[in-house]
Ligand binder design. Sequence first.
Ligand code: ATP
Ligand code: MG
Length: 450
Amino acid sequence: MTDAQQLESMRHLGWAAVSAAFGSLGRFCMALDGDFRVLHTSERLDQLLGHGARESITGKPIAALLGNELFGRDGALRQKVAAGRKCEGWRATLRLEPEGSRLVSVTAARLIHDAYGVCDREAHYIVVIRPAEEDPAAAAGPTALGGMIARSSPMLRIARLIEQLQQADTTVLLTGESGTGKEVVARAIHQHSTRRDGPFVAVNCGALPGELLESELFGHARGAFTGSVRDRVGRFELASKGTLFLDEIGDMPLPLQVKLLRVLQEHTFERIGENVSRKSNARIVAATNVDLARAVAVGSFREDLFYRLRVVPIEIPPLRNRRADIEPLTEYLLARVGARGGRALRLSPDAARVLLSYEWPGNVRELENALEFAVAVCEGQTIHPEDLPKELTERGAPHEDPTGAAAELERKKLRRVLEKHHWRRDEAAVELGMSRTTLWRKMRELGVRR
Ligand SMILES: Nc1ncnc2c1ncn2[C@@H]1O[C@H](COP(=O)(O)OP(=O)(O)OP(=O)(O)O)[C@@H](O)[C@H]1O
Ligand SMILES: [Mg+2]
């Protein structure tokens, strides 16, 4: 044997020994190259992933297996590990074809090379995975599921529900304040469904006037109305093999609600100006930040449609009621925002405390904007409290002044919603999920005036 061959066989043995050691602990390991592609896998990986899996993943990016949110170019774990830090306690869904996905706990680190050169020099990182249910320590850790980060118990419940729905085509209704992540959850549902290779088609039902929305949804025939010079395929048709995301469903005009109900019940529809019935198999996920039950009560939303949509209702709580999510969301969003500017930034402990104690009236979207702001103004590697938007530090200590801060928040919210509805109190009350008299009383108490 030549020296090179000898070294090669030593490496082979070395990796086999490492894999066997991890295997005895119920763990599966992979070595990655500098581009985060899979170089070596442990023998037992086929047991977890199915026969032939080892071979098929070798050479592929680890992100294809464990998701872009963690291991894509802007992924939180990728950045951390590349910077030489160790990552433990995260959970991610492992993509398995064709079975679906499986939750695993993930540990990742940069490989430290030994002095003997036994380690493959091409191997830069090591990733160790383990079925999540066998790792109670990771149960409290953050989970990444199709772009959605979750650590708080309500969000973990949603993550579990998404997994349970994997094989079903059930209609889902998502509710939650603005910026809580309704679209993120909708996409995660799609990515974890049997339709994941089909399109995810989003329509904002609040952004278009009735007629345009109708043609957007159902399409139209040429000449159906002035200006329609071509046939148009509607979103229901486009989404036939995928998921149709009906955003702001509470804003859909009543006549269209009738048509929507019909598609949901009979799976047929017609393009405007045509009398050919067409089939649609689109899976529907709808979202709203208005209280639809209230809207039903005041007659602006059809009751039958409401029940038809909320086969599986998912309520996403505001960020202030699930503070356990703030830290992993920050880590994830900071990696994403920082990567856009080619920077890897950290938070000082003081800045992290500010984020944890703020009320986040604008929820995750506000958190993302705050981090974007911080990345823009921060000059060094570390974000300090003074790099954060002023409102976070000024009113950012609700624990010192619970009543004042809460009242200010509520005042802001009422004002925002009232303005949105041109100060029509009945409409604003629907959106706020309160009666008109309650709204009137609150406006008086808080001094909200036009
Ligand atoms: N759980 C989450 N994990 C990762 N990112 C999230 C999560 N929730 C929200 N985000 C991020 O926060 C931002 C707002 O999320 P999203 O657009 O889904 O909110 P929304 O509820 O649809 O808001 P709106 O009611 O205003 O439409 C997005 O940039 C999204 O990527
Ligand atoms: Mg949205």
